[in-house]
Design a protein around this ligand. Structure first.
Ligand code: TXA
Ligand code: MG
Length: 322
């Protein structure tokens, strides 16, 4: 049986002991819960892939306390990395750089780079201090399913695959970190996330933003960019409000509605999220988890166009990909 412990000092110490002997611990970050293992322990890292059912070529993010000692993981740390880390770390920004030989190939999905981030959540920080080593941690959910923003979400998705879950309450951002590739000449956005594009551009005016909708069979720069990801079990369709209401009227399934404001949805289960990108992101996965538990079809109201909504619209598009 997996155990869920309130993340106090004793629980964090126990979690560190489990991690140091090669076990898996789920822990809260400011974005989503992570499924952690000691990053330089290749056997432990392989357990993450097995627990998630994740393909071996999908690389993991390595979590560090800060950029101190980052040379042990990253073979290069260009000025742009230093600048971004100084501005956004600890926080929800992940940087991809060439890796050193110390980083097990398993962490990097066999590739030449490593993704690093210093999380801001006090429990994640305390755990990194207690373990005294970097932690590889993908989101603590089964491959391609909804990301977890509470300890209960982790338990429901991973069950006994994880030895201990540290409960730190609901995650503040509620959406994953922004991933920026600095391994090439020009910085490139690999995944929109909790750090906004506009705040990144202040420091990286030449940032390349990847095409929003990769073709289903095209090769991906980052395997996490697979078109289907972050998805509920229910079918999810994203529609403008008028079309949503028309679809709702003719639906025969148990329907859930994810709306941007009050909506007359009859007998459907309704979740209303704020029409603000940060507030929407904060509530998105929790709302989808609740709808997924009750419905076989989820109709999500299309969110506004525009860069401020990029991370949210990216997750909705992937969640609706079949
Ligand atoms: O907010 C987050 O980033 C959460 C918390 C736990 O930190 N973690 C997370 O991990 O979302 P995961 O494994 O679910 O997603 C990692 C993303 C994927 O899109 C993956 O492809 C990309 O980061 N990534 C990791 N290493 C990479 C690398 N070496 N090169 C390119 N992309 C990489
Ligand atoms: Mg994930």
């Amino acid at each position: 049986m997996t155990r869920i412990l309130q993340a106090d000092a004793a629980a964090i110490a126990e979690a560190a002991t489990i991690l140091r002997r090669g076990g898996l611990v789920a822990f809260p970050t400011e974005t989503v819960y992570g499924l952690g293992a000691v990053a330089l322990d290749e056997v432990a890292v392989r357990r993450i892939f097995a627990a998630k059912g994740r393909p071996a070529n999908h690389p993991l993010i390595v979590h560090v306390q800060s950029s101190d000692g980052i040379e042990s993981l990253c073979a290069r740390w260009p000025p742009a990395a230093a600048l971004l880390a100084q501005r956004f770390w600890p926080g929800p920004l992940t940087l991809v750089l060439p890796r050193t030989a110390a980083v097990p190939a398993a962490v990097s999905g066999g590739g030449p780079t490593v993704a690093v981030r210093a999380p801001r959540h006090p429990v994640a920080q305390a755990l990194l201090v207690a373990v005294g080593a970097p932690l590889a941690a993908p989101s603590a959910n089964r491959y391609q399913t909804l990301s977890p923003t509470t300890a209960a979400h982790v338990a429901a998705s991973l069950g006994d695959e994880v030895e201990l879950i540290l409960d730190g309450g609901a995650c503040a951002a509620g959406i994953e970190s922004t991933v920026v590739d600095l391994s090439d000449l020009r910085p490139r956005l690999l995944r929109p996330g909790a750090v906004s594009l506009s705040s990144l551009r202040e420091l990286l005016p030449d940032l390349i933003v990847a095409a929003p909708a990769p073709e289903p069979d095209a090769p991906h720069a980052s395997p996490g960019l697979d078109p289907r990801h972050y998805a509920p079990h229910a079918e999810l369709r994203v529609l403008p409000r008028a079309q949503l209401l028309a679809t709702l009227a003719s639906a025969t399934q148990r329907v859930g509605v994810l709306a941007l404001g009050p909506i007359a949805a009859g007998t459907a289960t309704v979740e209303v999220l704020a029409a603000d990108p940060d507030a929407y992101a904060h509530g998105l996965y929790a709302a989808l988890h609740r709808l997924d538990a009750r419905c076989s079809l989820i109709l999500a109201e299309a969110v506004p166009d525009g860069e401020a909504w990029l991370a949210v619209s990216d997750r909705l598009r992937r969640a609706s990909h079949r």
